[in-house]
Design a binder for this molecule. Sequence first.
Ligand SMILES: Nc1nc2c(c(=O)[nH]1)N[C@H]1C(S)=C(S)[C@@H](COP(=O)(O)OP(=O)(O)OC[C@H]3O[C@@H](n4cnc5c(=O)[nH]c(N)nc54)[C@H](O)[C@@H]3O)O[C@H]1N2
Ligand SMILES: Nc1nc2c(c(=O)[nH]1)N[C@H]1C(S)=C(S)[C@@H](COP(=O)(O)OP(=O)(O)OC[C@H]3O[C@@H](n4cnc5c(=O)[nH]c(N)nc54)[C@H](O)[C@@H]3O)O[C@H]1N2
Ligand SMILES: [Mo]
Length: 559
Amino acid sequence: MDCFDTCEAIYENEKVRPSKSNFFTNGKLCENFAHLLNEKKLEQSYFNKKEIPLSQSLGILIQKLKDTNASEVLYYKGSGNLGIMQSSVKTFFSRYGAVLTKGSLCDEMGAFAFEEGRGHNLNPSIERLLQCDVIVVWGRNLTVTSSHMYKILKDKTFITIDPIQTPIAKKSKIHLQLNPKSDASLALALSRFAYMNDLEDEKYLDNLSDNWEDFIELSNEKPLLEYEKETGVSLTKMSETIDLLKDKKVAFLVGLGAGKYFEGVQIMRTIDSCAAYLGVHKEKNGGVWFLANSTYGYENYFKKEKTTLESMPSVDFKKYDVVFIQGANPVMSAPNKNRIIEGLKKSFVIYFGTTYNETCEYADLIIPSTNFLAKKDIRLSYGNSNKIISNPVIAANKNTTSEYELAQKLNESFGFEVFKSEDEIINDYANKTVTYPNPLVKTFNFIDTLEIEPLLTNKQRNEFNLITVKYKSSLNSQFKVNNFAHLNTDSSFKHDDKIMVSSKYGKAEFIVKTSDEIKENCVLFYSGCKNANILMPHESDELSNNAMFQEVIVNIDLS
Ligand SMILES: Nc1nc2c(c(=O)[nH]1)N[C@H]1C(S)=C(S)[C@@H](COP(=O)(O)OP(=O)(O)OC[C@H]3O[C@@H](n4cnc5c(=O)[nH]c(N)nc54)[C@H](O)[C@@H]3O)O[C@H]1N2
Ligand SMILES: Nc1nc2c(c(=O)[nH]1)N[C@H]1C(S)=C(S)[C@@H](COP(=O)(O)OP(=O)(O)OC[C@H]3O[C@@H](n4cnc5c(=O)[nH]c(N)nc54)[C@H](O)[C@@H]3O)O[C@H]1N2
Ligand SMILES: [Mo]
């Protein structure tokens, strides 16, 4: 599945059990793993909503691709399954000449930012994390989205930076409950406090970078009180934070939260610069952990041919005659839901996945993918350096096909070179030992200019910042659907009120749930909320082709 921990299960006496030998899984699986096992699988092909045999659906697919100009075909892959073999289909479509996507609905702004700063987006080792005293959880819902990792770290001292009082914020020694989209200001202000407290190691910084002083100058451009106003965090709390970090081994666990905006890359770079300035990359210190590049150092068996690329969040389905969707549920997961549905209605949609999801409603052709229990794959991790081989433990349903089988069949049908055998590819990944640069961060390019438009400055009564986060009992749009809008208890709306929420992208009704955990100027929607994505912008961020789910102000009225 798509999460940090890459947990591992074993199959014994026809039962799936958590692996005890896996350091992260450590004998426990999360709720979502159980949901994955219990969900209703797609076991039949459909054409125009009518059941057809698999051979026929594959025949229709091949004919359709042969009859269509490749540049009128869009291949759209989601992250329903992050196994390496899943990309085989993408390689086929690139050879065929289809349009592919670039960027992501997820983490590209961070990857882009970290590469600008230190030349790569790699996580330090787990050993380095374990030796840290203080963990700064920056825009990351740690207990929910990395529940295994949290269990390993639970006795550490935490500092959480999040507009929401998340479970990890409650367990933290300090919670900086900042205003949404004010993270760059907070990162600058914290750096400034570190500077004023002589925390910096000049000799180390001179070695690391030739522009660290420009970063400190940048942090000096505004009076501290300005930072307090922008972030909503008191200077006393900022100063306490720096006191707590002093002479400690520090890890920054950074999530998506701070970066879901137009200037997401600049914001993430400022956070990364703050961490570097504090010296977390020093030899005996911690580092910065994000959703790292998991394929670093491996041979890429599924290279893509050069072809046209469209930005993932803003891709317009209606521009294409044929849209092939694999392992994704754009009707629920992509921003500007109404636009997505309009687009799907106007093109020939082929859906290739394991379940009948909301996107299937708009599919002309549905091809069922083999369940993970019945296909071979290998999963690398963006959260740690684990690699897990997934062996088939049950027989595949005869009406389904795996990604690798489909890609090979398409290669053959179009006269393209077939791939090496699954075993050969997977064994190569399994046997390869990857070595990371040492030290991991040798040089650092600090951010030295910033241009960020604040979002909600003069809040009107019914205006709110939109926050959207992951949910404990679902994986993005999978497993559990709801239609709740979460507001602060003191907002003018009451628990169970029916409200109309609108933005410049659309409007929809929701049921209110209130709690003290939500910041007063925010409305929160969990991923998997039925109508939330109606409200969100489909435009790409400034630099990285990433979605910017939270770059929007919404209005709320009773409905
Ligand atoms: N149970 C579960 N686990 C998952 C997933 C799931 O759906 N369910 N999804 C997986 C996927 S695809 C991903 S990408 C990862 C993501 O993992 P996370 O990055 O942990 O996921 P988010 O839920 O996006 O959490 C972002 C956090 O940022 C906070 N936040 C929102 N706006 C701001 C802001 O302006 N500034 C700051 N500092 N914080 C802000 C939110 O309140 C939230 O706590 O999780 C993975 N793990
Ligand atoms: N409102 C809101 N929207 C969000 C987010 C949010 O926090 N809030 N988070 C964003 C993020 S970080 C991400 S990563 C995206 C994720 O968005 P998507 O990539 O669309 O992922 P899912 O919604 O999990 O849907 C994945 C689909 O893949 C299918 N699938 C599962 N396993 C397999 C398999 O083995 N093979 C094939 N072919 N299909 C399979 C499942 O049936 C499932 O319906 O959503 C984004 N959208
Ligand atoms: Mo994601």
